[in-house]
Design a protein around this ligand. Structure first.
Ligand code: PLP
Length: 425
């Protein structure tokens, strides 16, 4: 086969491919793994009961059943779903949007493929557009999405040492320069991989920079409010004409319905819908029909606030405790402040091997994590911090997490000992 550039770029071994392969194998139950990799949401019985009930209602109601499976929607999404979402955002946050400001895609991953390629790459005037991620490390899933090479760039975060064994990343505004090639800013909030939540002040600062430069700020709200609300800080999502907000039904517990949501200026929504028609004809309907009545009744807010948020908050506390117990006083380590999403971000500042090597050694011992280096893409200069971090999901069983923490700590002690010729302990 004569390889195209596209084939070369999109069929190579990427971090997201490794992560999804590991995840798929671990979740199909055939391999015995402590699954701290991937971003699969937890199976929360009370939430699954809601989907079961909705499925039964759909099956019992002939018209709704056909509506769910037997029709294509418009490339923008199902009109009733778009209306319901616009109403919810207006009611909850006082925004002033209509269904023309909302589009649905087959998962928010697909929304990012469209948005990142609408905004980055060669311009019609021949110049180059680049999307800037101002808080690196940033979500692994953006890293390989641009069709053109060199179209995604990142700014290293600044590090605040918050308390013993903890830290927090911030946007390094002193070094945030918007050159003529920068066509958009993009952040996830809460942040995958770190569990960071950009402060309201940081978001205000970023939106004012975007506004001044007349470029959009993309805010990926996959874990944020109003759903699934995996947020442990009291912050609200922000939207204005310069903001492209993305959301997803995945972390509500519905990753396989592949439903992503874009809230943006009408021109952006028209462009996303046009691309969706070319690439997918339309997006899947199942998630939209399943969830719409919960949006209309407000049950989605109750579910997110009263069930999903407390569930992950508790898992996050247990995960931090397990790490503290396992890593003790001897291993030099820091955890990112756990402010949302479903991950702990572990920094091992004195790790004598790379995080990718540690990932392999942990996998051999039945612990799946994600090596941190994948989240540091688009940087101008190498950063040794990039080889010192691991992302750990705490969505699965806390007992398994605890076992995994003990194995991780043991393996790190072994590595430190090996490198110190047995003299570290
Ligand atoms: C920050 C972030 N954005 C986007 C996605 C994509 O999710 P989906 O395509 O399932 O909506 C994920 C998935 O883990 C994510 O963590």
């Amino acid at each position: 086969m004569k390889m195209t550039r596209f084939a070369q770029r999109f069929s190579k071994k990427t971090g997201i491919l490794e992560l999804m392969d590991d995840l798929g194998q671990a979740m199909d139950g055939r391999t015995e793994m402590r699954m701290l990799g991937g971003g699969n949401p937890a199976h929360i019985p009370e939430v699954n009961e809601v989907w079961r009930r909705r499925m039964r209602e759909i099956l019992a109601n002939g018209a709704e059943f056909e509506e769910t499976l037997a029709n294509y929607d418009t490339p923008q999404g199902k009109h009733a779903f778009l209306e319901s979402l616009a109403n919810l955002f207006n009611k909850e946050f006082g925004w002033n949007i209509t269904s023309k400001n909302v589009a649905v895609t087959n998962g928010s991953q697909t929304a990012f493929f469209l948005l990142l390629n609408l905004l980055s790459g060669t311009r019609v005037d021949g110049g180059m557009n680049r999307v800037l991620f101002p808080l690196c490390p940033e979500y692994i899933g953006y890293a390989d999405q641009s069709v053109e090479e060199g179209a995604l760039v990142s700014l290293p975060a600044s590090i605040e040492l918050t308390r013993k064994n903890f830290f927090k990343y911030h946007v390094d505004f002193d070094n945030l320069h918007i050159g003529p090639d920068i066509s958009a800013l993009c952040v996830s909030r809460p942040t995958n991989p770190t569990g960071n939540v950009l402060t309201d002040e940081e978001v205000r600062h970023l939106t004012s920079i975007a506004g001044r430069n007349d470029i959009p700020l993309i805010i990926d709200n996959a874990y944020g409010a109003p759903f699934p609300n995996i947020l442990f800080k009291d912050v609200k999502p922000y939207w204005d004409d310069h903001v492209i907000l993305t959301m997803s039904l995945s972390k509500l517990g519905l990753p396989s319905v592949r439903t992503g949501i874009v809230v943006a200026d009408e021109a952006v929504i028209e462009a996303v819908s046009a691309c969706n028609a070319v690439i997918s004809l339309a997006s899947g309907t199942v998630g939209q029909v399943l969830v719409r009545p919960l949006i209309d009744s407000g049950d989605i807010l109750r579910l997110s606030h009263e069930v999903i948020q407390p569930f992950y908050k508790e898992r996050s506390i247990l995960a931090v405790e397990s790490m503290q117990e396992a890593f003790g006083e001897d291993i030099p380590y820091r955890l990112h402040e756990a402010e949302g999403a479903l991950f702990l971000w572990l920094w091992l500042p004195e790790l004598p091997i790379t995080s990718a090597q540690l990932y392999e050694r942990l996998k051999d011992r039945g612990v799946l994590v994600v090596s941190g280096h994948y989240f540091f893409y688009g940087l101008d200069d190498p950063w040794d911090h990039a080889d010192q971090c691991l992302r750990l999901s705490y969505a699965q069983d806390p007992v398994k997490f605890k076992e995994a923490a003990l194995i991780m700590a043991d393996e790190v002690r072994r590595v430190m000992d090996e490198k110190a010729g047995g003299r570290w302990r």
